[in-house]
Design a protein around this ligand. Structure first.
Ligand SMILES: Cc1cc2nc3c(=O)[nH]c(=O)nc-3n(C[C@H](O)[C@H](O)[C@H](O)COP(=O)(O)OP(=O)(O)OC[C@H]3O[C@@H](n4cnc5c(N)ncnc54)[C@H](O)[C@@H]3O)c2cc1C
Length: 253
């Protein structure tokens, strides 16, 4: 199997993919673009553009029918459906050609035809070519939706486990405990992107992941070392009565 590597791998030559490719090239990155279909983007072929052309034809007919009310007489309005669609397809094909011109302007060696399949977090296979990339841009709506839903699911479960554990581990009022751990969490969220970028720039792209794994290990050590404080978490959730009292007192957000 042939091997290739790049800084940024863009999957999908639609509207988003072509923009991502140009943006990465403009920043001097070594970029590869993978497209499994004919290219030309959903927006141009079957989405925004053809639908707006159809709406434009409908609006013309509508305006012509109302024109008499403004003193302009255009005669009977007839709609020739096949002619409308012929015009629409001709315009649509013109739009598609201009998107394809952009796509074909990408040098052959930088543009791969085939379906990208992930083999690891930063590696994909396209036919008989294995590609390693420092970063991968997934510019396909279906993959994005799946990633967002799966990511949201994991984050949601983590958030619930964390909140419940903190609330049960402390005697502090819930509002104080909640703002304390949220403060730590948000601070971490604010610091992580610049630190990750710095590590990737100064050491290697993988350094950010190694640092994240090390942070998890440190967190694990802290949890194990402080397990006494966490013992009551294992005793199970508060009784419904205690929880109801806390809610009534406005301590649960
Ligand atoms: C009827 C209709 C009307 C719309 N009207 C509007 C509108 O008015 N305004 C608006 O903003 N949006 C509109 N949209 C939405 C708009 O078309 C999409 O949001 C936009 O096209 C998405 O662009 P994209 O680059 O993410 O995906 P796409 O343009 O769909 O490109 C994705 C590309 O990725 C490729 N691909 C997928 N998986 C792989 C893989 N594994 N390996 C390699 N390549 C892969 C596909 O072949 C495709 O070429 C409309 C959509 C429809 C259907």
């Amino acid at each position: 199997m042939e091997r290739m590597s790049c800084d940024v791998l863009v999957i999908g030559a639609g509207t988003a993919g072509l923009k991502a490719y140009k943006a990465a090239i403009a920043r001097g990155a070594d970029v590869l673009l993978v497209e499994k279909g004919p290219g030309g983007s959903t927006c141009t072929r079957v989405g925004c553009m053809p639908s707006k052309l159809l709406i434009a034809a409908g609006r013309l007919a509508h305006d012509a029918r109302r024109a008499a009310g403004r003193g302009v007489h255009v005669g009977a309005v007839e709609i020739d459906g096949p002619a409308v669609l012929r015009e629409l397809r001709a315009e649509r094909d013109r739009f598609v050609r201009s998107v394809l011109d952009d796509y074909h302007a990408i040098p052959d060696g930088r543009r791969l035809q085939g379906e990208a399949r992930f083999t690891g977090p930063t590696s994909v296979v396209v036919g008989e070519i294995a590609i390693d990339a420092a970063a991968i841009v997934v510019a396909t709506p279906a993959a994005l939706v799946v990633c967002v839903v799966v990511g949201g699911l994991v984050l949601g479960v983590l958030n619930t486990v964390l909140t419940e554990s903190v609330m049960e581990a402390t005697d502090l009022p819930r509002s104080v405990a909640s703002s304390a751990y949220s403060g730590v969490r948000f601070l971490g969220g604010a610091v992580a992107p610049p630190v990750a970028t710095l590590l990737a720039d100064t050491i290697a792209p993988s350094a950010a992941y190694v640092f994240a794994a090390a942070s998890v290990a440190v967190g694990l050590v802290i949890v194990v070392a402080g397990r006494r404080a966490l013992r009551r978490v294992d005793d199970g959730p508060e009784s419904p009565r205690v929880e109801a009292e806390a809610i009534s007192a406005g301590e649960v957000s």
